[in-house]
Design a protein around this ligand. Sequence first.
Ligand code: PLP
Length: 620
Amino acid sequence: MTTPEVTGLTAPLSALLGKGTKTGTADPAAPSAAATAPAVPADSAPGTSAATSPATAPNMGAAPGAGATVVPAAAMAGLPGMPPVPSAGSGTGGATSSAVPGTASAAPGAEHYLGFAAVPGMSAIPGTSAIAATQTVPDPNSVPATGTVPGVDAVPTMGTVPGMDAIPTTGATPAASAVPAPETAATVPTTPAVPGIPAAGAGPASVTQQFPGAQRGAFSPEMARRDVPILHRLVNGRPLVWLDNGATTQKPRQVIEAVAAFYGSANSNIHRGAHTMARDATALYEAGRAAVADFLGAPSPEEIVFVRGTTEAINLVAQTWGRANVGPGDDILVPVLEHHSDIVPWQQLAAETHARVVPVPLLPDGQIDQFAYADLLSSRTRLVAVSHASNVLGTVPPVAEMTALAHRYGAKVLVDGAQAVAHFPVDVQALDADFYAFSGHKLFAPTGIGALYAKPELLASTAPWQGGGNMIESVSFDRTTFAPAPHLFEAGTGHISGVVGLLAALDWLSSFDHEAIAAYETQLLAYAQQVLAAVPGLRVLGEAPDRIGVLAFTLAGHDPTAVAQALDLEGIAVRSGHHCAQPALAHYGLDSAVRASLALYNTPEEVDQLAASLLRIQQS
Ligand SMILES: Cc1ncc(COP(=O)(O)O)c(C=O)c1O
């Protein structure tokens, strides 16, 4: 493998290069033949694209000779199984930003944050104000533990942002070991003990005694919290308690800095042009792909398609593989606990193909009824679409077993990993998943970037869903030839900085012991279940034995939205509503609930605060 010359990257970025190559077969910096072919495709100089990797676009005509699939352009639109090419306005957000006038100025936090150097109290993010000084940018990996942590002292001075409270400490964040921490009991407002449950910060047992998992491996929630600036702000005069991780996770400074450094020193479009910047950006992008493959246990980066997120990944499968492989009378099995993103695309596909979406019922405790599932599987089943973890009940279904059973009937299995990836290790090969989808923003990475894993034979036999640059090898009005997967499915300019942020997030996460994170979260969930059970009138939905730290609940006599609003007044962010899982709520006779969702940086003290606030609401 050749290593491309990558000379100009700032430390946060150069440190990320080469990540994710532990098990990946492709050199991220020098994409393999298959990846390289489309890496210099459409818009590149003639003759630079490698025509050695056959692109297979079923239903689009066979490629004579050269290996790439050749499609008479005139015939493209009318080919069976070929999804209509979306118009410019209906693409993945193509027209949305300009269609929302004033969006940028309506996001004061974002605007403010991009102006690092100008913000009082903030030191410049490497690569933003000192683009020229790329060689002198400190490498965050080499930051001594006791020194000032770059980026942490750069926490935005929220007091300057309209509507945001000032962060209590204005100076440099103290050394890691001495961070006074909103996360410690000392700064968390004293919460009345929940009857029968000693407050985590008040009892004789230390947090680590109660949560030994916090000390296992190289992980503790405090370590994670130190990296996440937003967790140190105030909301409504109280330290933020972020319990809305199911909706999105907060971002570590490593991610924020990597994105800023990309735009500050490395921004370029990828896969085209011969200049250094394009090569560097391409190397980062492909390093991101390799890191995702590594993270999911995928055999090769070529099985990873970048998408906007889980929703787009599922729609991609529905509109490509689904249209080609699901027909009249076929069944798509979808458990009742699925997110709307894993229901509606299948309903749309079924309506189009005259197939059926068959709900797989739940047991009272929120588990998928495995007997009913086995009964519903048949030779008509083309696909099973199942979450690796439920966003409302927390249930972690036995996906490997369900997949093995589905495969006996020749059905494919799509796993929605949106809620799983941040909580426990994933191995798509062990699951034998045919498709696996996730969103970066639920994994401490930016919004607008996610990934779809698909088995190579599925990618190789699936038609693209969008046409444009990057996904072709050559275009003429006589014939168009296509790039191989994964680029075949990545038409247009991707979310390059999002991939950089995702790469940084995976790197950050991999600095902790993933098993230790899972163990800690299991203990934190058990603790949360215990303290919430002591709140009169509180009913948690779902009690599956295997679950993630998602607690949807109702509070007798109180509207869920009113509960969420009352919690917000105390700085506690939870979500209320149907959580895009209306069938799951209907299973409990509900159309709305409150949801607290935990992540690795949440603490027992925060759980205490939630319970104490709920008690107050209940007594009000
Ligand atoms: C289980 C599950 N699937 C899919 C989605 C959709 O994710 P996104 O909106 O990032 O595409 C979510 C989001 O909450 C989810 O929880």
